[in-house]
Ligand binder design. Structure first.
Ligand code: ADP
Ligand code: MG
Length: 247
């Protein structure tokens, strides 16, 4: 009989994460887990603690309490800390600009180690995937905002991160472009089999992209579930109001 493995740990697991500034918990016992190949959206109004949560997972900010696990292995608690560059985590932020003095190819290859030919193959594969092979020898200033965003996605994915952390990555783009880039980004991320934690304050974006939504407010996750379930059964009036501009 074929054995089905059910004890696979989630790609990313966060337990009881707390961050205080001047005595106030801006992230207040946040727990989350993201399986591989899944997009979880951390959704909530501006100032609720989304970016701080992401920065702790990335390792660029220390938590006051709580633990972070990748594939079941502890990467950070209050005493032990794997440095950011060894966490197998890719980052994409709204203002995470490309290096202007490097070609598109060199931007994408930036975080890659190994033989030149291997790196080139990975760069070409990713640029083909995001439809930008024709710009491989171009420079960032020659690209539109949307094209730069696709290059940034390719760059973040190049080292094959196990987890992608994305903080409002599409908010700098105009509306017309945004839907296309969201869909395309999703398709590329699914190909790469990473676990994705996407931060947004836009319910519409979460509804479009998430497999699961974690609704955040005042530093806490107040509701978590499939987008459809949360949209149809928001837990309180504040959640109803927050979702009211989605149609
Ligand atoms: P979001 O990304 O959801 O908009 P943030 O995580 O950026 O929220 O911020 C959450 C809260 O923590 C805000 O009130 C913000 O002002 C505060 N905060 C963030 N970073 C710092 C810091 N370094 N020092 C003091 N307060 C901070
Ligand atoms: Mg933020």
């Amino acid at each position: 009989m074929k054995q089905v493995k059910t004890d696979m740990p989630p790609r990313l697991e966060v337990r009881g994460l707390v961050r205080r500034f001047e005595g106030k918990a801006v992230v207040d016992h946040v727990s989350l887990s993201v399986p591989r190949g899944q997009v979880t959206c951390l959704l909530g109004p501006s100032g609720c603690g989304k970016s701080t949560t992401l920065r702790m997972i990335a390792g660029v900010e220390m938590q006051d309490e709580g633990e972070i696990y990748v594939d079941g292995a502890l990467i950070c608690d209050t005493k032990f800390r794997v440095p950011p560059e060894r966490r197998h985590i890719g980052l994409m932020f709204q203002d995470f600009a490309l290096f202007p003095h490097l070609s598109v190819a060199d931007n994408v290859a930036f975080g890659l180690k190994g033989a030149k030919e291997e790196k080139r193959a990975r760069v070409e594969g990713l640029l083909t995937r995001v439809g930008l092979m024709r710009f491989i020898d171009g420079y960032p200033h020659e690209l539109s905002g949307g094209e730069q965003q696709r290059v940034a996605l390719a760059r973040a994915l190049a080292p094959r991160p196990r987890i992608m952390l994305m903080d409002e990555p599409f908010s700098g783009l105009d509306n017309r472009l945004r839907d296309d880039i969201r869909d395309e980004t999703l398709a590329v991320l699914k190909d790469e089999d990473a676990a994705v934690l996407l931060v947004t304050h836009e319910p519409e974006e979460a509804m479009r992209m998430a497999d699961e939504i974690a609704l955040m407010r005042d530093g806490r996750i107040v509701q978590q579930g499939a987008p459809y379930n949360i949209y149809n059964a928001p837990r309180d009036r504040e959640a109803v109001a927050f979702f009211s501009d989605v149609n």
